[in-house]
Design a protein around this ligand. Structure first.
Ligand SMILES: Nc1nc2c(ncn2[C@@H]2O[C@H](COP(=O)(O)OP(=O)(O)O)[C@@H](O)[C@H]2O)c(=O)[nH]1
Ligand SMILES: [Mg+2]
Length: 184
């Protein structure tokens, strides 16, 4: 059986745990602990280890979803997850511009370590103060339309919305794998 490992990353509160919970067919591993630091201002619980979920497509293929830890620091768990990933989605809350800088830092951290397909998922588009897709993408440092990653609007609380984002990333990964196979 083929397993595709997808990493779900992004700042605290972007919607990573909710995203994984919405599509996983198993009870997601609950790694949330009550936050004791400033993250508790954003939400009561924060992820201290990684989230894990699974989705079986058919007898041949399964998707494993890993959410990066919520605290704003990178550690060995990050490296462990991203080194094994086939593709990743970066979730960014469109209504929290204060987090865009961290999201940018995260992109460059990922770029330094892995060259794998990625998409951006803009969450909280339904919240007041949400920036437009174009403005968020520019704020993340993508000035040229031709080099910006595919971007989807996603509401992690809605299963169908998450499924669409997952499909977009799987398709990108399949295209990437096919073009890599052609070039060897
Ligand atoms: N209204 C709205 N709420 C969202 C959206 N995405 C996530 N949330 C909520 O934001 C909160 C933080 O999500 P969570 O998955 O814990 O974020 P994480 O820190 O990235 O794991 C939860 O209460 C979610 O239900 C969205 O697109 N719209
Ligand atoms: Mg979380």
């Amino acid at each position: 059986m083929e397993i595709m490992r997808m990493v779900v990353t992004g700042p605290v509160g972007a919607g990573k745990s909710t995203f994984i919970r919405s599509v996983s067919e198993i009870e997601t591993v609950d790694t949330d602990r009550t936050a004791t630091d400033e993250t508790s201002l954003i939400k009561e619980k924060t992820t201290v280890a990684f989230d894990f979920g699974r989705l079986q497509f058919n007898s041949e293929m399964a998707l494993h979803l890993y959410g990066t830890p919520g605290q704003e620091r990178f550690d060995f768990i990050w490296d462990m997850l991203i080194n094994k990933a086939h593709a990743y989605i970066l979730l960014v809350a469109a209504h929290r511009p204060g987090e865009f800088r961290y999201a940018r830092r995260l992109i460059s951290y990922m770029n330094q370590r892995v060259q794998i397909p990625m998409i951006i998922g803009l969450t909280h588009m339904d919240c007041s103060g949400a920036w437009s897709k174009e403005n968020v993408i520019t704020a993340l440092g993508y000035y040229d339309e031709n080099t910006q990653p595919p971007t989807v609007l996603v509401n992690p609380t809605e299963m169908s919305s998450v499924a669409n984002a997952v499909i977009a990333l799987v398709q990108l990964y399949v295209q990437y794998s096919a073009s890599k196979a052609m070039s060897v």
